[in-house]
Design a protein around this ligand. Sequence first.
Ligand SMILES: Cc1cc2nc3c(=O)[nH]c(=O)nc-3n(C[C@H](O)[C@H](O)[C@H](O)COP(=O)(O)OP(=O)(O)OC[C@H]3O[C@@H](n4cnc5c(N)ncnc54)[C@H](O)[C@@H]3O)c2cc1C
Length: 480
Amino acid sequence: MTSGLAALEARLADELEFLQLPAPRWTPALRHDGEPVADVAIVGAGMTGLALAAALVHRGVAVSAYDEAAAGFEGPWATTARMETLRSPKHLAGPALGIPSLTFRAWFEAQFGRDEWDALDKIPRLQWMDYLRWYREVLALPVRNGHRVSDVQPRGDGLVELAVEADGRTTRAWARRVVIATGRAGLGGPSLPAFAEGLPRTRWAHSSDDNDYAALAGLRVGVVGAGASAMDSAATALEAGAAQVHLLVRRSDLPRINKGKGAGNPGFVAGYAHLADAWKWRIRHYINTQQVPPPRNSTQRVSRHANAHFHFGVAIESVNEREGALQVRTSAGPIELDFVIFATGFKVDWRQRPMLRRIAPCIRVWKDRYAPPAGEEDAELAESPDLGAAFEFQGRAGADCPGLERIHCLSYPATLSLGVITGDIPAISEGALQLADKLAGLLYGEDIEHHFARMEAYAEPEIFGDEWVAEPLPPPASPT
Ligand SMILES: Cc1cc2nc3c(=O)[nH]c(=O)nc-3n(C[C@H](O)[C@H](O)[C@H](O)COP(=O)(O)OP(=O)(O)OC[C@H]3O[C@@H](n4cnc5c(N)ncnc54)[C@H](O)[C@@H]3O)c2cc1C
């Protein structure tokens, strides 16, 4: 028995009303150059941007969210991701912000019923995108699609200025606070081996590229890496008719255990940001070195093809295009390929995010302040932004970027500073709620004179003086 989406939406409306959400707007409505100033502008309206927008709207804060993608195609799910299902277990509450009727499960059961839910193994990738589309619509979130933020400029006057490109025009917009919610590659882009630069672009792709896999039919394809994206790329190439797919794995084996998953509990989510630096580094470095195994179903999706080949202990030394093919020299011998897919992850690389060019030189990263113990060196962690308690960028020593602290980061590279609340499904609600609380608090604090004056001017009586009759004190009792 399903109750249908309309019934779910009615239930959600009730739940929001019972929780008195959203709160009415309480921040002053500012204007600059005749234009409204957002309390908070969010760059990126993927799952994270949506969850944060919802949490801020519920707190009565005025939000503008921008996404360069077309509506309904934000993030990787319906664009560059190639897995059949999510890795995450279906029960996770994701971006629901503690509201039962906002969960994926409520949305799913309303349409397909409890039996189908029980039968569901993992969430199909495109269904997750459908859910996010519904989430945004049912909460009427203020997202502008097809709007690319191309410049973020903090100013010394309490505003941050954005350049926004849409419909072939660039306009200016202003906000008091800006949140960078641009995803896994949020402060950079693909992490590529140096030799990729020397290869013709027609011969390689990164796993996150919008690559034409149909063009790989009949080709010998190498996939560098062994994580989830490597399996998804390899499987997609095989399904598109690649003649051979060779997984080239530097390690001698695939990692088997997802240590990050094992660490997940409410204490880890709530307590990580307050740990000493040495513990944060140690935890994240351990997770990095242990690596995350590819999901079992993704690995089997590859290995079920007879023309899929797993090669371990293979470090690539060089790749050259010769005689119409790629000649790949590896630590285990040569191999000839036609095309290479680098499933090598992402890195912080400010040059790949021109939007942040003004602030990049000012932003303090971990290596500016923290030296890990010998044996725990970690280039990825070293480049992570060193964020403050309100998820804000902090200035390097000597940096001159007034207003930098008005720019906040809720994307994957924030993980070393803040923990797992920065973008993945398991704790995205906590991240959004925590940041929304911090932002509401900051907005309130910097307007304290305004709010005090409002309190003084507040004149709504609760009683009217007709509820009692004043009397003189009774005469003192005469002594007996
Ligand atoms: C292939 C893949 C599979 C994943 N599977 C899982 C999983 O199973 N479970 C899990 O917990 N996590 C998973 N993740 C990790 C994480 O949940 C996702 O990356 C998720 O998309 C993060 O959401 P987000 O909103 O932070 O970023 P995104 O969804 O990437 O959204 C960022 C948005 O920012 C926009 N944007 C970027 N720059 C600009 C700009 N200058 N102006 C305007 N808009 C801009 C983009 O268009 C994009 O829509 C996966 C990640 C990938 C890449």
